[in-house]
Design a protein around this ligand. Structure first.
Ligand code: ZN
Length: 401
């Protein structure tokens, strides 16, 4: 999430480095993202199938108030670190009230000074591991581990220790509710930022990004979903997140699923094609007739033409506009949030890409119309669509292994 007071936000997060990853052909079901600020750099570790032995399955205690267990790396005063910890606890409880979770979610969080290129960022979070599972439309997609665990699958790729990696910027002036003081015009409510970032970690995140045009100052001409290679440098394919299953591009007044664009991009290179360099791969895709689909998605993502259509029977029936107004495209901000201009002043404020100083959770809830939770109905329907159970939607769509 970005701070609003500084104008440098476009500069941040645009300089992704080359991706290096590989997977054995029979063990390709895991994608690890060690740095939440740079999800285009990920590993595909050896990730064998695990069979859940029912006798060892530990039932989570009834009435648990907070499903989030946070390991906090905090190198500031004990008083500051305690406030951070308490804010995490409050955010974990809030999400645990809204979602019907079954399994605990482990968060690896760091509170630290950010580097110069990241200095406009309040915080960042990303699934620590995503697993490839088969969605109800038979397409294989990436599911964040926090979500995959809730499905109680009999077989699944091996889980890693943490579900979510998160970082928070210690250089901002933070406001904590527990201080019982009036917020200053330059302060940010830490609780709102944690809530926002944890929701990303739960899977409110698109895979569509500038993977093939990552050099500094390179003009961005198209977007693709994530992709992977096998260990022997054979191309595996483009692969979306479960979040992307519900995205649509508006083109010539028609709504076209983003999954269609992924399918088209998968025709740009035959599977198992061997590439000696990543540049060779990039050139092949960008010179293919299918690159026009990457261009179309970029156009939509920078002209307010990307929608999230919630799954049937979820809390919200209408299409939700995602953040697609930023031009040029901003990795980490575009597509991965709800539209700021449309929803900043509604009950869905928590998932806009910027937070403004001087605004507390209480103020934002009141301005949004006093919804019962800081997690608004559109945000809840996104989480329900990707597979989280809620009181209103206890049986979400489940993937298969
Ligand atoms: Zn965000």
């Amino acid at each position: 999430m970005k701070s609003q007071s500084l104008l440098l936000y476009i500069l941040a997060l645009t300089q992704f480095l080359t991706i290096t990853f590989a997977a054995k052909r029979d063990h390709k079901q895991c994608f690890d993202f060690p740095d939440p600020l740079n999800p285009t750099r990920f590993d595909t570790p050896d990730c064998p199938t695990v069979e859940n032995d029912e006798t060892y399955h530990v039932e989570v205690e009834r009435g648990i108030q907070n499903f989030f267990q946070v390991d906090l790396n905090c190198y500031y005063t004990a008083a500051v670190c305690k406030k951070i910890r308490n804010a995490f606890n409050d955010a974990g409880k809030e999400i645990s009230k809204v979602l019907k979770l079954k399994e605990k979610i482990y968060v690896n969080a760091t509170y630290e000074s950010f580097s110069y290129s990241e200095k406009t960022l309040l915080g960042s979070a990303y699934p620590a591991r995503s697993l490839s599972l088969i969605s109800d439309d038979k397409i294989t997609r990436l599911y964040p581990q926090a979500l995959a665990k809730q499905f109680s699958l009999k077989k699944h790729p091996e889980y890693s220790k943490y579900d979510i990696n998160a970082r928070f910027n210690a250089d901002f002036s933070w406001w904590f509710k527990a201080d019982n003081k009036k917020i200053k015009p330059y302060q940010y409510d830490f609780f709102v930022v944690i809530l926002h970032e944890l929701i990303h970690g739960l899977g409110f995140i698109s895979s569509w990004d500038t993977y093939l045009e990552t050099n500094t100052y390179q003009t961005i001409t198209g977007l693709t979903s994530n992709y992977y290679f096998y260990e022997n440098n054979e191309f595996g394919g483009f692969i979306e997140n479960i979040f992307d299953r519900y995205l649509k591009v508006i083109e010539n007044k028609k709504k076209i699923p983003l999954s269609y664009y992924t399918a088209q991009l998968n025709k740009s290179v035959p599977p198992m094609t061997l590439f000696y360099t990543r540049l060779e791969f990039t050139n092949k895709v960008k010179s293919s007739p299918q690159w026009k689909y990457a261009k179309s998605v970029l156009k939509a993502a920078t002209s307010n033409n990307i929608l999230f259509t919630p799954a049937k029977r979820t809390s919200w029936k209408q299409d939700i506009y995602l953040e697609a107004s930023l031009k040029p495209f901003v990795s980490g901000s575009s597509i991965c949030h709800v539209s700021q201009s449309k929803y900043r002043k509604t009950s869905d404020f928590v998932m806009t890409y910027q937070q403004f100083p001087g605004e507390t959770e209480k103020y934002l809830i009141e301005r949004g119309g006093n919804y019962k939770s800081p997690i608004g109905p559109r945000i809840i329907s996104v989480l329900e669509s990707i597979g989280y159970a809620t009181a209103a939607n206890p049986n979400p769509i489940k993937p298969k292994y």
